[in-house]
Unconditional design. Structure first.
Length: 172
């Protein structure tokens, strides 16, 4: 009976397809993935760059606001020193020096030397005028000159009462 059975024939292997079709699809997918990755990275870098610029602008704004508040504190001290000086002038009919003003308004320090802080007022008094100077941490010194005929304002970098005697504006 073995002769009745047909012998199985071995199949010949299939020849590979021409052009290897699967390789093109893989290359296309790899190219699309690379392009997508490049797009994502460039968008991320642009976002990070604009965020950094915004942070720098915000910091500059904060610094400006701090400088402005320090300037206002120095101007307030100069105004308080002017009130003390006018009080002294009303009582004595003359402008007072650092020691005289300390008795009128002890909340500030008065000196003939340059002002070095918002709480220190440099004073230069003469018969017909007084110069008051207060240093702000922003680097600006604020001046007030008071005379019997009016009060004048100014600012500069030299922070002495003597420099304040040159003030000539109606306001800061």
């Amino acid at each position: 009976e073995p002769g009745k059975r047909r012998a199985r024939r071995a199949r010949a292997p299939r020849p590979p397809r021409a052009g290897g079709g699967g390789g093109k699809a893989k290359a296309l997918m790899f190219g699309a993935a690379a392009a997508g990755l490049i797009l994502v990275v460039s968008v991320f870098l642009k976002f990070v760059g604009s965020s950094g610029s915004q942070i720098a602008q915000d910091q500059a704004t904060v610094v400006q606001q701090i400088d402005r508040s320090q300037d206002l504190a120095a101007q307030a001290s100069a105004q308080n020193a002017l009130i003390a000086e006018k009080t002294y002038y009303t009582q004595t009919n003359s402008y007072g020096g650092p020691g005289d003003l300390a008795g009128v308004d002890p909340s500030l320090q008065y000196t003939a030397d340059p002002s070095t802080s918002v709480n220190t007022v440099s004073v230069a008094s003469h018969l017909d005028a007084v110069g008051l100077a207060v240093f702000a941490p922003s680097g600006t010194c604020f001046y007030i000159k008071d005379t019997p005929s009016g009060t004048f304002y100014g600012s500069g970098t030299e922070c002495t009462g003597q420099a304040a005697l040159g003030a000539s504006s109606a306001s800061w």
